[in-house]
Design a protein around this ligand. Structure first.
Ligand code: KIV
Ligand code: ZN
Length: 522
C-alpha cells in the first residue's frame, strides 16, 4: 500500500459477529448487512466461514456475487478442504480474499497436537495453497498476543514467504493492552524479513474493555488494517466496534493522522439494522450509536448545549447519521409523511409494504399521543421479525393480573394454520402467558434471557422485549414491540420459538418439524 495515512477497515460482523451465541442472521439479513457495509465504504467484508455449513457457504457466495466495491473475504482453517471451499464461495467477488488461520500460542498448538515445526510446515503449505488460488491472502496466527515472540516472528515470516499479502495479529482473548499492542506490531514490522511488503492488521477482542484502544494503538505501531464489527458484536465481550475506531480517527485526526473510507453518516442506520437482525440491543450509553450518546439530560448540560453545542459535544449528531430533531408524528400524519420519515430512518419501502406499516402506524398513533422516531424503528423491527412463513402466530391475548394471585392468561395461537386456545396461570402475567404458549405448543427449549426496554418516555411508551431461547445447543433470539408489555412478551417468545424451529430444521434437515406434537387445548 502506498498511502501510509490510510487505514483499511475490515468488517467481520457477518463472521466473528455472527459467531456470537444467539446472533445468527438469516440469509437475506446477511445480504442486506453486506450491502450496507459496501455502500458505507467498508474496504473488506468478512462474509462468513464457508466450510461451517451450506448456509454459510451460500451466504458468502451470494455476498460475493452482489459485491460492488468491497473486497469479499471468507474464513478458512489451515487445511486444503477449508481453503478450497472458501475459494469456491469468494471467487464470485470482483475482489476476493481468502483468510486462513491457525492457533499458534502454546494452548492452541496443543489442540491439533502439532509440534512447532509441524505447525510451521502446515502454515507454509496452506498459505501457499491459498495463494495459488487467490492473489489476495490474509493469514492469522490465532492468539498471537499469547504466542512466544520468537515463534510468532518465525511463523509470520513463513506466511509472508508463502505469499500472504496481509498478516493479521489477533488478540483472540482480549488480553493485550494498548502499549503492548503497539509494540508487538512495531517489533514485527521492524524485525521480520519481508514485513514491509505486506499490510499488518489488528483484530482485538474486548474482554477487558480495551479493544478500541488496542486497535488504535496497533495503528500507532504500524498496522494499517483494523478488524472490527458493527456495535462491537462478537464472541464473549465482542470485537473492536467499527463505529468507535472510525469516529475516533475522524474526531481526533489532530493526534491520529489516519483516515478511513467510511461514510460516517451511515453509522447509525447500520447499527440499528445489525441490532435488529442479530437480536442484540445496543447498550443505551454505548459510544457513538447508543441512544444516550447525544442526549443531554441535566440542566447544566442543556443550558450549555443551547448556547453552544460544542460545550458538551465533540461530534455532531449528523456526523453519525442522527437527525437533529426526533420529529414527532401523530395520528393525523399521512402516508407520504410516514414514507418520508421511514426513508430518513433508512427504511425504503415498496407500496405494499408501506400499506401494511401504515395500518400499524395508525393503530399505534391511536394508542399513543405522539409517535417518535424510536417508535417507528420499533414498529419496523416488529414488522420484520414477524414473518408470513412463521408456523406460530399470536392471535389473541387477555391477561388477568394484580395483587390477588393467581395471574392468568387466555391465549389463542395459530399453529400451522389452526387456531388453538388455552388459559394458563403463572407467577405474574408474563409467566402465565409463557405457560400458555407452552401448553399450546409443548417444547423443551429453555428461556435464557428475558429483557424489556421502554422505547420512549411516558406511560404510553412502547415496550420492546427480547427473548433468548436454547434447545440442544441451538440458540435463537426473538424480539417484539407493543404498547402492552405482556403482548410484546408473548410475541417475542413466539418469535424466538419460530426462529428455533427454523434452526432445528436447518441443523437436522431430515427431522420433520411437522411431527412436533402440540396439544389441541381449545
Ligand atoms: O479472534 C480471532 O483470533 C479470530 C481469528 C479467526 C482471526 O477471529
Ligand atoms: Zn475474533
Amino acid at each position: 500500500m502506498t498511502d501510509q495515512t490510510r487505514v483499511v477497515i475490515f468488517d467481520t460482523t457477518l463472521r466473528d459477529g455472527e459467531q456470537s451465541p444467539g446472533a445468527t442472521m438469516s440469509h437475506s439479513e446477511k445480504l442486506e448487512i453486506a450491502e450496507l457495509l459496501d455502500d458505507m465504504g467498508v474496504d473488506i467484508i468478512e462474509a462468513g466461514f464457508p466450510i461451517a455449513s451450506d448456509g454459510d457457504f451460500e451466504a458468502v457466495s451470494e455476498v460475493a456475487r452482489r459485491s460492488k466495491q468491497a473486497v469479499i473475504c471468507g474464513l478458512a482453517r489451515a487445511n486444503f478442504r477449508d481453503i478450497d471451499r472458501c475459494w469456491e464461495a469468494v471467487k464470485h467477488a470482483r475482489r476476493p480474499r481468502i483468510h486462513t488461520f491457525i492457533g499458534t500460542s502454546p494452548l492452541h498448538r496443543a489442540i491439533p497436537n502439532l509440534t512447532m515445526d509441524e505447525m510451521a510446515d502446515r502454515i507454509h503449505d496452506t498459505v501457499t495453497h491459498a495463494r495459488n488460488l487467490c492473489d489476495n491472502v490474509q493469514w492469522s496466527p490465532m492468539d498471537a498476543t499469547r504466542t512466544e515472540w520468537d515463534y510468532l516472528a518465525r511463523v509470520v515470516e513463513i506466511a509472508i514467504k508463502a505469499g500472504a499479502t496481509t498478516i493479521n495479529i489477533p488478540d483472540t482473548v482480549g488480553y493485550t493492552a494498548p502499549r503492548e499492542s503497539a509494540d508487538l506490531i512495531r517489533r514485527l514490522i521492524e524485525t521480520v524479513p519481508g514485513a514491509d511488503e505486506v499490510i499488518f492488521a489488528t483484530h482485538c477482542h474486548n474482554d477487558l474493555g480495551m479493544a478500541t484502544a488496542n486497535a488504535l494503538a496497533a495503528v500507532e505501531g504500524g498496522a494499517r488494517q483494523i478488524e472490527c464489527t458493527i456495535n462491537g458484536l462478537g464472541e464473549r465481550a465482542g470485537n473492536t466496534a467499527l463505529e468507535e475506531v472510525v469516529m475516533a480517527l475522524k474526531v481526533r485526526h489532530d493526534i491520529m493522522p489516519w483516515t478511513t473510507g467510511v461514510d460516517t453518516t451511515k453509522l447509525m442506520h447500520i447499527s440499528r439494522r445489525v441490532s435488529t437482525v442479530s437480536g442484540f440491543p445496543v447498550q443505551y450509553n454505548k459510544a457513538i450509536v447508543g441512544k444516550n450518546a447525544f442526549a443531554h439530560e441535566s440542566g447544566i448540560h442543556q443550558d450549555g448545549m443551547l448556547k453552544n453545542a460544542e460545550t458538551f459535544e465533540i461530534m455532531r449528531p449528523e456526523d453519525v447519521g442522527l437527525s437533529e430533531t426526533n420529529i414527532v408524528m401523530g395520528k393525523h400524519s399521512g402516508r407520504a409523511a410516514l414514507r418520508a420519515k421511514l426513508k430518513e430512518l433508512g427504511f425504503d419501502l415498496a407500496d405494499n409494504q408501506l400499506n401494511d406499516v401504515f395500518v400499524r402506524f395508525k393503530a399505534l398513533a391511536d394508542r399513543k399521543k405522539e409517535v417518535f422516531e424510536d417508535d417507528l424503528i420499533a414498529l419496523m423491527r416488529d414488522q420484520e421479525t414477524g414473518d408470513a412463513h412463521d408456523r406460530i402466530k399470536v392471535k389473541f391475548l387477555r391477561v388477568i393480573c394484580g395483587t390477588e394471585a393467581p395471574q392468568s392468561a387466555d391465549l389463542i395461537l395459530e399453529i400451522d394454520g389452526k387456531e388453538l386456545r388455552t388459559t394458563s396461570q403463572g407467577d405474574g402475567p408474563v409467566d402465565a402467558t409463557f405457560n400458555a404458549v407452552k401448553a399450546l405448543f409443548p417444547h423443551e427449549a429453555r428461556l435464557q434471557l428475558y429483557q424489556v426496554h421502554a422505547v420512549t418516555e411516558g406511560t404510553d411508551a412502547q415496550a420492546t422485549v427480547s427473548v433468548r431461547m436454547e434447545e440442544e445447543g441451538r440458540i435463537a433470539t426473538g424480539q417484539a414491540a407493543d404498547t402492552d408489555t405482556v403482548v410484546a412478551s408473548a410475541k417475542a417468545y413466539v418469535n424466538a420459538l419460530n426462529r428455533l424451529l427454523v434452526r432445528r430444521q436447518k441443523s437436522d434437515p431430515d427431522s420433520d418439524v411437522k411431527t412436533v406434537s402440540y396439544k389441541d387445548a381449545g
